[in-house]
Write a protein that binds this ligand. Structure first.
Ligand code: ARG
Length: 459
């Protein structure tokens, strides 16, 4: 038979393959709660405006309540022949309450309906995301507090650079997540306008109250332009861009976890709960979860590229291409929430190895900059020259196979006569980190202070 929702001008139903390419119910069933909430708000407004009789509105609301229960309890039969979530719900409503169900779609189109449903869904996704990010921040801040004095080498080019403390390193990710959360807040605020009432594209002749539906659904206001309301998906792109940047941050942390936990580094040991073994090599403790956080990043980036590509050539207003907006967002939500939870679990349960970090700080001359700075401060040597002198001393230590502080005073004086005993005080990693007291620096006291303010700002 012809489609009951639009088959009036058709003599035959769709080809099987048409039904398959057209149907979105396989994924947009995720919007069921939002679809019902949107319909409730819409019918309440229609009744308040005298557009549908109060009894019909009450019957519709009752029917929607029943459908909500059926879906929540897994008793609802989703039908591909009914294409999408909107038709599935409306069709079931007709079964339950009869012809009065037909009044629900007054002054509405699936175009403003789906835009509303999806905005509501994305709004919840933003809230979930914010919570997941905050939980990871809490785990990182907890570890930062415990490791404000734990020294390790900081790297540039993955070459030993200067000593830092582990807490400082972890707080760097707390800042990234803080900006990720502010992107979420910005994007959520932009998304929080209600398209309902734009109808198909041009608005509607019925005396609807768009402010009423917007308020009932927790939106800040109705969208201002009916064409824009049904054609744009930038709220979904905002979600994917925000998610993508966060996924990138998580991937960097995951990468560090991977190499920190190698037997060569041993900076951390992942808990048994977050390690996997090898089927052949009995000694292995593999960081699969961290690798997967790194690997899954591609899906999120891919989702952003996919939806940008879907949208870029579309003329106003609604085009069916836009039905492709949902799966990338659903997948990004699943993926990112999982990655955040996995990283939170890894960070909360890892064992930090301060001895291994301290030992690693002995190699690679991480206090060479401190030595050069000492020459500048104490002897008044211009920095360029101090850099040069220190380079000579590093070469000397390297040739001897020792650290800078193992050089004898006489050996140092052979390179620069002015050097005194006092220099040894700046060659330890402890002195180095303690000296970096500039705002935002790695000095342990600064890090303790940063932990306190991070708790206030983020938790
Ligand atoms: N399933 C559709 C989507 O997700 C709903 C909107 C359909 N509108 C239409 N005019 N065919 O985009």
């Amino acid at each position: 038979g012809t489609n009951p929702m639009w088959g009036g001008r058709f003599a035959a139903g769709p080809a099987a393959i048409m039904e398959r390419i057209n149907a979105s119910i396989g994924f947009d069933r995720k919007l069921w709660a939002q679809d019902i909430a949107g319909s409730r708000a819409h019918v309440a407004m229609l009744a308040a405006q005298g557009i549908v009789p109060a009894e019909d509105a009450a019957a519709i609301t009752g029917g929607l309540d029943q459908i909500e229960q059926e879906i929540a309890e897994g008793r609802f039969e989703f039908k591909t022949s009914l294409e999408d979530i909107h038709f599935n719900v409306e069709s079931r409503l007709t079964e339950i309450i009869g012809p009065a169900a037909g009044r629900l779609h007054t002054a509405r189109s699936r175009n403003d309906q789906v835009a509303t449903d999806f905005r509501l869904w994305v709004r919840d996704a933003f809230d979930r995301l914010d919570q997941g990010m905050q939980a990871l921040q809490a785990a990182l801040i907890g570890q930062a507090e415990a490791h404000a004095d734990t020294i390790l080498p900081g790297f540039t080019h993955l070459q030993v650079a200067q000593p830092i403390v582990f807490g400082h390193h972890l707080l760097a990710y707390v800042e990234m997540l803080g900006r990720d959360r502010s992107r979420v807040a910005d994007a959520r605020a932009r998304a929080n306008e209600c398209p309902l009432g734009a109808a198909a594209l041009a608005g509607t002749p019925y005396p609807i109250d768009r402010h009423m539906t917007a308020a009932a659904l927790g939106f800040d206001r109705p969208t201002a332009n009916s064409l824009d309301s049904v054609s744009d998906r930038d709220f979904a792109l905002d979600y994917l861009a925000t998610a993508g940047i966060c996924a990138m941050h998580l991937s960097r942390l995951a990468e560090e976890i991977v190499f920190w936990s190698t037997p060569q580094f041993r900076f951390i040991r992942l808990s048994d709960g977050f390690s996997t073994g090898s089927s052949i090599m009995p000694q292995k403790r593999n960081p699969d979860a961290a690798e997967l956080v790194r690997g899954k990043t591609g899906r999120v980036f891919g989702g952003l590229a996919a939806l940008l590509t879907v949208m870029k050539g579309l003329p106003l207003t609604y085009q069916k291409d836009m039905q492709e907006d949902k799966e990338p967002v659903f997948d990004a939500d699943d993926t990112l929430m999982l990655c955040l939870a996995a990283l939170t679990g890894m960070v909360e349960s890892w064992t930090v190895n301060p001895q291994a970090m301290r030992r690693a700080t002995e190699a690679g001359f991480p206090t060479a900059t401190d030595l050069a700075d000492w020459l500048v401060r104490t002897l008044g040597v211009p920095f360029r020259e101090a850099h040069h002198i220190t380079g000579h001393l590093v070469k000397l230590a390297e040739d001897k196979g020792c650290g800078l502080s193992d050089l004898k005073l006489a050996e140092m004086q052979a390179v620069h006569a002015g050097i005194t005993d006092a220099v040894y005080a700046v060659l330890t990693a402890e002195a180095s980190v303690a000296s970096r007291k500039s705002f935002g620096g790695t000095a342990p006291d600064r890090v303790r202070e940063a932990v306190r303010t991070a708790k206030e700002r983020f938790l």
